[in-house]
Design a protein around this ligand. Sequence first.
Ligand code: CP
Length: 310
Amino acid sequence: MGLKSKDLLGIQVLSVEEIRLILDTAASMKEIASRDIKKVPALRGKTVINLFYEPSTRTRTSFEIAGKWLSADVINISTSSSSVVKGESLKDTGLTLQSMHPDVVVIRHAVPGAPHLLARLLKASIINAGDGAHEHPTQALLDLFTIRERRPALEGLRVAIVGDILHSRVARSNIFAMKKMGMQVRVCGPPTLLPRYVESLGVEKFLRVEQAIADTDVIMMLRIQRERMGAGLFPTLREYSKLFGLNVDRLKVARPDVLIMHPGPINRGVEIAPEVADGPYSMILDQVENGLAIRMALLYLLAGGQAANN
Ligand code: CP
């Protein structure tokens, strides 16, 4: 069995079987990271283009490393040094890249639906690396993978997602993914940062962190996305931190074995205290490491690679 679509545009269109296939493929890919020579010929002769219209550290770097470990040729396009600054449209950039015969184009863009446009225009597989506040499917998959490593039975797990839910593509993709896997999802944040429709996604809404995180298996903290919001959605960062930040005191109401996650980049002392981010239950760097395995799995599954363990 493979993936049904040539593209990965979002979580909603994936079946539970496809999500399991991606997680299982990532589990077998993860071992490559522990080898002395981190290289398998699975994607030899394939070309991957990273096309990032928004800043990224984790996603862009891990797609580049993932492609290189699988022996693909990886090209990174930073839009600030491309013809985008001369006014070239997304459509024309996409068609130009298609003429160079890439097998996969990984795109991050501020406009929701930008990857979907490229998917219609290009023969190459398109991977959505984040489109505005819409979806960030590879983040949700690496988050599920990270949780499954520690809690193998995902069904029935309780997760609290805390922070700026309104502007978060990570929250949306995680809600879709977690609900598909039978997990119970709570969301918590200031009323102005919770979408009005959020309960229609099958999640419980909380306005107090202590209530949201009590008796959960996973706490996922999100940063305030100041780049996507107008003024006036909350008074000050200091007040936000006081009311919604995860600190050692607040953690006392959580289960002693709770997993603490954050997609990054973190704002230490705002949504998460340094002692919690660096503490024993923090999965933040595991998430980053697992991003490599998930992105290797996706490149492999979408680019039609050969057996990866030779
Ligand atoms: N989590 C995430 O998408 O991080 P980057 O913006 O650094 O890629």
